[in-house]
Design a protein around this ligand. Structure first.
Ligand code: UD1
Ligand code: UDP
Length: 385
């Protein structure tokens, strides 16, 4: 029997840890002797409720390597990660490095691996906002162009890669200059389906917050374009407050650490006091994934600038107001499951009013069939085994 493929998974930020659960589960369930996974945590996210909670509750094996890169400017943070990942690659020479999404941890993994000629597999490849002012757009383009396997969650992502000349036909073995592109569905869909039942049994978040099924909206805010720009942050909070008053609606907002920091710096004191004083605004610390999907499953409406939360709203058939001017998940907008409202208080109110009155229309599945992670493993075993 062939030796197991040595796979190095790099995670660092919250959504990557959650995504890694799907692949680790697929390896344990079907590829145990064929793929040997080592997990490297860059330490980009480090608070217990941004990192360790997900390892504990999603059954992800503990990280084998911890870089403790921590927070900082893009350059300093990414440099620490590249340095640490490179050292690990030189030490252990994996057959493939698996990277998720578009964070600085993704960028660091891509640059370190490509320069040492270690092939990269990118999960969530091909997504584009077409807005290079976003740090994530730079990260995802760079990672895609350093990759040997591009695992796309949607057909749109495949088309985006075609536009960039990334789709090659007739290659026996993919390589960094002629990568292989696969439409395999979204590992976040795998996870949401897998953990939804457990969330229903284990999570007490609705009771803890005094929330009724379909009696509240769920909001998340963490993009720098919203948190760091005073005008945008104030407009979003004004919109949330007015919605909660107008519709007598509880709004649950698990507060990302970037938002916590920026609320102190950027929220007008009067507005901050009104948010604090409102009985309907539930600002809570970040929650674990089971609590999060329990909130998503039971919300009437989701308002978010998160990539992951936009999709999860759709998985649970909930309307979504996207607090961004554009999205990588264009299918959601095309199928009228979500509306782009930016950080504009009027547009946020209009979109929310519409969805609270009408809900979302029926829609076919858009993100695969729940076995995206297994497909990733199948391809790697076929090409490397
Ligand atoms: C990062 C990603 C973003 C992703 C998000 C997911 C980049 C450039 N951005 O944004 O794409 O959507 O993660 O959540 O990679 N902090 C803490 N505790 C932590 C982590 C962060 O207090 O455990 C604070 C620090 O003050 C830090 C700030 O949050 O400076 C921002 O963290 P950082 O990882 O740089 O970016 P995110 O905004 O989390
Ligand atoms: N999430 C969570 N707890 C929270 C907020 C979000 O578990 O308090 C999960 C959410 O369900 C999704 C992922 O974190 O799976 C999204 O991460 P985030 O919004 O931080 O980043 P993005 O997806 O925008 O990169």
């Amino acid at each position: 029997m062939a030796a197991a493929i040595k796979l190095l998974t790099v995670v660092g930020a919250r959504p990557q840890i959650i995504k890694a659960a799907a692949i680790s589960r697929a390896i344990a369930n079907g590829f145990a002797g064929r793929i040997s996974e080592t997990i490297l945590h860059t330490g980009q996210h480090y608070d217990d409720n941004m990192s360790d909670v997900f390892f504990r509750e999603l059954g992800i094996p503990a990280a084998d390597v911890q870089l403790n890169a921590g927070s900082g400017g893009h350059g300093a943070q990414t440099a620490r990660m590249i340095d640490g990942i490179e050292a690990q690659l030189l030490k252990n020479r994996p057959d493939v490095v698996l990277l998720y999404g578009d964070t600085n941890s993704t960028l660091a993994g891509a640059v370190a691996a490509a320069k040492l000629h270690v092939p990269v597999a990118h999960v969530e490849a091909g997504l584009r906002s077409w807005n290079k002012a976003m740090p994530e757009e730079i990260n995802r383009i760079t990672c895609d162009h350093c990759s040997t396997w591009l695992f796309c969650p949607t057909e749109t992502a495949v088309k985006n890669l075609e536009r960039e000349g990334m789709v090659h036909h007739g290659m026996a073995k993919p390589n960094i200059n002629a990568p292989s592109v696969h439409m395999n569905g979204d590992v976040m869909f795998d996870n949401s389906m897998h953990f939804a039942e457990r969330a229903g049994k284990k999570s007490s978040v609705l009771r803890d917050q005094g929330l009724a099924q379909n009696g509240f909206a769920l909001a998340t805010i963490h993009r720098d374009h919203n948190t760091d720009v005073r005008e945008h942050l104030n407009a979003i909070f004004q919109a949330l407050l007015s919605l909660s008053d107008k519709h007598q609606l509880n709004i649950v907002l698990p507060v990302h650490p970037r938002l916590r920091k920026c609320m102190n710096a950027n929220l007008d004191p009067g507005l901050g006091a009104a948010v604090d004083g409102s009985k309907r605004m539930h600002l809570i610390p970040p929650v674990g994934f089971l609590d999060m999907i329990e909130l998503e499953r039971n919300a009437r409406l989701v308002l978010t600038d998160s990539g992951g939360v936009q999709k999860e709203a759709f998985f649970f058939n909930k309307p979504c107001v996207i607090l961004r001017p554009e999205t990588e998940w264009v299918e959601l907008v095309e199928h009228r499951q979500a509306v782009l409202a930016g950080a504009d208080a009027i547009r946020i109110n209009e979109a929310a009013d519409h969805f609270l009155a009408s809900g979302v229309p029926a829609c076919p599945p858009l993100f695969g069939d729940g076995s995206a992670a297994q497909r990733v493993c199948d391809v790697l075993v076929k090409d490397l085994g």
